[in-house]
Structure formats: C-alpha cells, structure tokens
Ligand binder design. Structure first.
Ligand code: LLP
Length: 431
C-alpha cells in the first residue's frame, strides 16, 4: 500500500481519508489537491512522540513548511505542538497570519534579503539559520538598530553525501547552502558570530538532502556536527546548546520505495549522538528536526479528469489530463515516480500502460511515462498519489493555468482550504 490514506468504497471508487475521489472531483472540480488531515496529524504526533522519547523532551519538531505552505497547514501543525521552518518572507507572513507562535519559527534560506531579516527580527522569530557571511553582517546591523539580540544558528555542510536526486542533495561541499567544514570556513564564521554584540549564537544546523531512505548519512551527519560543536568549544570556550539535524526522511511514492518508519531514524540517530556525546564529553544539545515531505507527502493526492487518450501506433499512448507540470513539476524536474490510479475503476486490474501528459505547451509536461494504470477513458478521474509535498508549493501559472483548489478531508468529510484560482486572479497584478 502506498499510503494509509487510500481506500476503496462500496462503489469501487478510490477514497482518500474516507472520502470518495469521484464525488470530490464532482463537488470541487479538477484538478484538485486532496489532503487527509488524519494522516497529517498522525505523522506530526509520531514525530513528536519519538523526539520526546529519544531526547527526553529536549527536542522539537519543526515542520518544513516549504513542502506545503498554506494557512490551514500552519494551523494544523501549530495545534499539534510543532514549530515550523520558513524560507521566505511569504512563508513567514502566511504562518504569522494564522497566529503561529513566532518563537517556534525558524527562518531558513540561502539569500534572505535585509527586508526579510528585518521582518523576521521584528516579528520575533525564534531562530534565524544563517547561511552566509553577508547575512551575518546584515543581522548584526539590523539587530543593533532594533536594539535587540538575534538568536541564530549557523547552517553547516557536514560533508556527508547521500543517495538521492542531485537537485535535492545539500550536505556536500559543492552546495549553495551553508558553510563547509572541510576548508575551515564553518569554524571561521562561528568564531566571528560569537563576537557579534547583537547576536546570540545558539548552535548549528545541517540538512543533508531530501527523500533519503538510509539511516547512515543522518547518523554520520549528527556525529560530525557534534564533533564540530566540540571543536568550537575547544577554540572559543563556548558550549552551544542546540543542534538542528534538518529533514529529508523519505516517503513512499511507489511500491518499491522502502520507507523506513521515522521512529527508526530517530532511534539510530539518537544512539549515534549519545555515543558521540559520551566519547567527546559534550552534553547532548537540544535537537531540532525539520520534516516536510514525511509530514504531508503521503497524505496528499491530486485528482484530474482525463480529457483525451491518444495512441501513437507502435510508439505509446498519451493520456491527457486537465493539469500537469503547472500543478506538479516533479516529474519534469526530477523524473519523480508516482503511482497512477483511475479512481472510478480502482478495483480493476492495471492492464494499461500510458504516459500521463499535462496541458502545457511543452513536450516535457509529463506526470509519468509508460505507467501502469486501469484502462482510461475520456471523463475518468485520475488520481496521482503521494502528491502532498512540493506540488501545490511548486505550482505555477505557466500558460496562465489557474492553480487548483485544495481540500482537506477528515474522516470522510471535506472542506475547502485553498480556493481555485480564477481568470481574474491571473490578471490582478497586470497593469
Ligand atoms: N530543512 C531544510 C533546511 C530543507 O532545505 C528542507 C528541504 C527540509 C528541511 C525538508 O526536507 P524534507 O523533509 O521535505 O525532505 N522540491 C524537492 C524537495 C526540495 C527540498 C528542499 N529542502 C522535491 O519535490 O522533491
């Protein structure tokens, strides 16, 4: 089973969180993002319970909201006691607009503008994760002007490589994010930060990449980071007390993805950290983790209507849908794999192989190539699974397509959480 949110009802239709996908498509039209609130909340609780268990309450889960940022998501994760990570003034604004506690917000990003930094500092965000030396200078300046002390952590590249798509690997030296350990720049900036009058250096942060299934790179990164904290103590006399291990836990897109329960990640990483802490005689810091995809990925499904089926003899069959790369650019960007279902034929065998083509004027606008599915016909409702993370958040208006609506389902009941864009929305900023 790809996701526990998926089921089937007496009509033989696919369900998400107990709601009939065919009925949802009828009620809200397509394309439609559908999210299962029960699974999102369950994931939040499991992360929280395991960090509490393995770090005796001295840990915090920060939802990486780039995965799916909208008001309702901040309400849900906030109500579950999670903090969040934001990467732009826009995400910060959305979180604050629903009363998200600014103390529980971390501000990430590799090129925060001075305006964004000022906004974050004035709003009282809990931590700014500093990515480069210009940013450190800017924060010191703005915090001094505002007469406050900025709580920061430094983003470090631990030099750990992991097996995932090149575009979502971030822990190696050749990455645009953070300071490298190997060449001494991490230590240099840490010593500099410690001397800033208006800056409070609380600790260090790393994020090695995304959609990772192996536990070793996480354990390696954690131990390398703790050793760095120990080296920093030796050089500066300062024992920083916080370590952010980032996100990146893999989720199941297709049956062959062998998703590990994140409890296992947590257990192994905490064991590695405890061993290192004893060896180095360095106290276990407060631990943050930043799961994004693993909170919301499997809880989301996108529904489309099949508009045409075009067979090119001896080549392949294209199944054209009413969305595509504008609402899900992940196949075009990363050749991401997906499970495709025809929601109104869910119980039928997948005897058909089709290439799912979007509406954009672009040959690469595909959702999946040569994928098994139930035989599609014009008017059928196609469901693309595990589209909760990085789909709505990476959607565009290419070809002036309207961004789809999103609904949250809970125990069979649905509610609109993001309205479908209209043609008027498309021209509202045109002059
Ligand atoms: N923390 C930091 C600093 C990050 O950069 C990211 C993701 C996360 C946490 C959350 O990672 P997650 O748990 O979601 O794997 N658009 C790509 C993914 C880009 C990930 C960017 N950073 C995709 O669709 O696969």
């Amino acid at each position: 089973m790809i996701s526990e949110s998926i089921g089937v009802n007496a009509l033989g239709n696919m369900t998400v969180g107990g709601a009939d996908c065919v009925a949802l498509a009828k009620q809200y039209a397509t394309p439609l993002y559908v999210f299962d609130e029960a699974l999102i909340r369950k994931n939040c609780r499991e992360f929280k319970a395991s960090i509490d268990e393995y770090y005796s309450g001295n840990g915090m889960v920060m939802y990486a909201s780039k995965a799916f940022s909208c008001k309702e998501m901040y309400r849900i994760v906030g109500s579950e006691g999670l903090g969040c990570d934001v990467v732009s003034g826009g995400e910060l604004y959305t979180a604050l607009s629903v009363g998200f506690n600014p103390e529980n917000i971390m501000f990430h990003g590799n090129n925060k503008t001075p305006e964004e930094l000022e906004y974050a500092l004035k709003s009282g965000v809990g931590r700014i994760i500093v990515d480069n030396s210009t940013e450190l200078v800017n924060i010191e300046k703005i915090a001094t002007e505002l007469n406050l002390k900025a709580n920061i952590m430094l983003r470090i590249k631990p030099g750990v490589d992991c097996h995932t798509h090149d575009y979502i690997r971030t822990g190696q030296i050749d990455s645009k994010f953070g300071f490298a350990l190997e060449n001494g720049e991490a230590m240099e900036i840490a010593l500099k930060a410690a001397e800033c009058k208006s800056i409070n250096l609380l600790g260090f942060d790393c994020h090695i990449g995304s959609q990772i299934f192996e536990t070793e790179p996480f354990c390696d990164a954690a131990v390398i980071m703790l050793s760095f904290m120990n080296d920093f103590r030796a050089k500066s006399g300062i024992t920083v007390s916080e370590l952010d291990l980032g996100g990146g836990f893999g989720v199941k897109y297709v049956e062959t993805d062998g998703a590990l329960p994140f409890k296992v990640f947590m257990e192994k990483v905490s064991k590695a950290l405890k061993e290192a802490s004893e060896r180095l005689n360095f106290p276990i810091p407060k631990i943050y983790i930043e799961p994004g995809r693993s909170i919301v990925g499997e809880a989301g499904v996108t529904l489309y209507t099949v508009g045409a089926v075009k067979t090119i003899k001896d080549v392949r069959t294209y199944v054209a849908i009413d969305g595509g790369m504008a609402d899900n650019p992940r196949y075009a960007l990363y050749q991401a794999e997906y499970d495709i279902e025809i929601a109104n034929k869910y119980t039928e065998p997948k005897s058909f192989i089709g290439t799912v083509a979007g509406k954009c004027c672009e040959s690469g606008d595909l959702i999946q190539e040569n994928a098994p599915m139930q035989p599609p016909q014009v008017g059928d409702i196609m469901a693309v699974l595990t589209t909760g993370a990085y789909n709505y958040s990476m959607a565009s208006n290419y070809n002036r397509l309207c961004r789809p609506a999103a609904v949250m389902v809970n125990n069979g009941e649905s509610r609109l959480i993001i309205k479908r864009e209209t043609f008027e929305d498309l021209i509202k900023n045109d002059i």
